[in-house]
Design a protein around this ligand. Structure first.
Ligand code: GLN
Length: 302
């Protein structure tokens, strides 16, 4: 008996039961099953990877479930699925991540923008909504996510975004230019170092704040992210303390420092802001209900 499938020349992949997997529906189902033990979000991942391979929208996958993939597409999909099965974050495979209303370029030189960081963007837009002009320094900008979100919402505001990593700044530059955000200035340097002699209305940062021995560092997507963007000393608070200590030298009178922090760092950050002379302090939870943000105003600054 000839067991060779009639379409053998198209080299279809087979699922575990041996049936060919060639249509959008079959590829998605099969990928979902394979991703089950490897990913916390198998369906979302399968769909994102297939959209990347087919360069199509999510609605295309739903509208055309019986569309056949070409052998090139099947082989590329199998390649990206393998990468995901080995743990690589979807955003690093596709090179893209949605943040605010933007689709940002990312790679392993930058932290993957997270939904909880939108809390910081929202706070700044709400709290300073009456300010026509505002000068902001975004320290440790990474992919430029926060700076790009604010700059796209408020073209009159001026944002100086710094990063110690030239590789990260190269990614931020791509994002800034792809959205033509002329109100962002990118500056290479660690925290305040490149800002000597300058003053801002607002200093914002999503600094590294994970404790260096946090067991989460060995789990999931975070394993692939740059350590310098994640960890900050034994308590995770080194960068935030540094920012709180120096911020008033770089703030205008009544200026604000706004930082993202860990869910369990709310009290420590409050104490640190108080110690460094911030008198009006606001703390907010993220959308998941976790403490995530501290803002402080230094009204005593001469
Ligand atoms: N929120 C991130 C996490 O815990 C950490 C990001 C950061 O350190 N800025 O995974």
């Amino acid at each position: 008996m000839n067991t060779r499938p009639s379409s053998w020349h198209r080299l279809p992949s087979n699922n575990q039961r041996g049936s060919p997997v060639t249509t959008i529906r079959q590829v998605l189902n099969d990928a979902r099953q394979q991703l089950q033990p490897a990913s916390p979000s198998p369906s979302v991942d399968a769909s994102a990877l297939l959209r990347y391979v087919l360069d199509c929208s999510a609605s295309h996958l739903i509208a055309w479930p019986d569309e056949e993939l070409s052998s090139e597409q099947l082989s590329l999909f199998s390649d990206v699925l393998q990468q995901r099965l080995q743990g690589k974050p979807v955003a690093y495979i596709t090179g893209e991540k949605e943040f605010w209303s933007l689709s940002l370029k990312v790679n392993s030189d930058v932290l993957i923008p997270r939904p909880e960081t939108e809390t910081l963007v929202e706070f700044v837009l709400d709290h300073f909504s009456d300010r026509e002009q505002l000068s902001i320094a975004d320290l440790g900008t990474g992919s430029g996510a926060i700076a790009c979100a604010l700059a796209s919402e408020r073209p009159q505001w001026h944002i100086t975004a710094t990063d110690a990593s030239a590789a990260a700044l190269a990614i931020a530059r791509i994002n800034v230019s792809s959205y033509r955000l002329e109100n962002i200035e990118l500056v290479h340097g660690r925290w305040f170092e490149p800002l000597e002699g300058r003053n801002f209305d607002l200093i914002i940062s999503n600094p590294p704040y994970v404790a260096s021995n946090d067991p989460h560092l060995d789990q999931g997507d975070i394993r692939f992210e740059p350590e310098a963007a994640l960890t900050s000393g034994a308590s995770g608070l080194d960068a935030i303390s540094h920012l709180a200590e120096l911020a008033s030298d770089f703030l205008k009178t009544d200026g604000w420092l706004v930082v993202e922090h860990g869910y369990d760092q709310q009290q420590a950050v409050h104490a640190c802001f108080e110690y460094n002379g911030f008198d009006e302090i606001i703390q907010l939870n993220d959308l998941a209900g976790q403490p995530r943000l501290t803002a402080g105003q230094n009204t005593s600054k001469a």
